[in-house]
Ligand binder design. Sequence first.
Ligand code: NAD
Ligand code: UDP
Length: 311
Amino acid sequence: MRILITGGAGFLGSHLSQRLLNEGHEVICMDNFFTGRKRNILPLMDHSDFELIRHDVTDPFKVECDQIYNLACPASPVHYQYNAIKTIKTSVMGAINCLGLGKRVNARVFQASTSEVYGDPSVHPQTEGYWGNVNPIGIRSCYDEGKRCAETLFMDYHRQNGVDVRIVRIFNTYGPNMCPDDGRVVSNFIVQALQGRDITVYGAGQQTRSFCYCDDLIDGFVKLMNQDEAIGPINMGNPGEFTILELAEKVIQMTGSQSKIIHEALPSDDPKQRQPDITQARKVLGWEPKYSLEDGLKPTIEYFDQLLSAE
Ligand code: NAD
Ligand code: UDP
């Protein structure tokens, strides 16, 4: 197949590109390089089935393809809050442009949605049936509401125009190819630990997250995209739940770092707890993560260690 990946030079997009090339597909990577990096796709550039298009998904595009994975959108709070208006435009207009193309060329369209659609959840663990608790006017809203609107568009194009869609709600995922200055917690803590700097825990560190290793998630993406049982939205993430303080301690222990934990102000609207209920993914796709937190942190620490020593 010929497969378009928007946001293909980002963290998840680069892993997905590699995976689809390995499976023998042609990959067209579309990216505006806001948070994506050439170094992520450098190993793919010589591949005869890989093509790169520098393009912003808020502008329409025409590409002949069989499948579209829509991943374009900054994912780290630091990056998505940098230009909040652009973030919501990317989610909403990016979705419209992907769905319009999907309709035109009859391609299946996949949306990388997020656990953020649940906001600061009052249901725990979060099931797909929960409608969420999102502040519509806060500093995270450009991302959360943009992704919620994108889901609406996906379902409406499906109902109204018969576009073939798949929607995944991704819970915090980490691994090699994340930006060292990404601002997300796993990359922050590992980089701080490797550089012997203070580990910045926001608030008391009692808020929880569930961390999924990228290879597990990409397996789930491909499974969801290539079956006809379910269109989603479907949760994907690792149900193992950790406090942010526990994560900081684990990173210090695994890196053997002398770094000290310090506490900084908790950003507003920071969700207190998050854990995916993956019953649907298990049942419909036979998918569940294989990597424990330690198993996934190991290659991630190695990646950042090599990256920092090369700088
Ligand atoms: P990332 O920031 O590494 O990747 C996003 C990519 O999209 C980058 O390459 C960036 O340059 C590109 N991009 C941004 N705006 C664009 C635009 N207007 N036009 C074209 N390209 C654009 O983040 P990631 O972690 O790889 O996330 C990929 C997708 O998965 C995002 O849609 C994100 O919302 C979603 N997601 C990720 C996580 C996670 O934990 N990693 C969790 C939930 C959802
Ligand atoms: N966090 C932290 N220190 C950091 C970065 C993040 O304590 O240096 C916290 C953040 O407040 C949140 C959690 O870690 O509670 C996860 O943050 P991240 O930005 O990775 O993702 P999200 O909040 O979108 O889940």
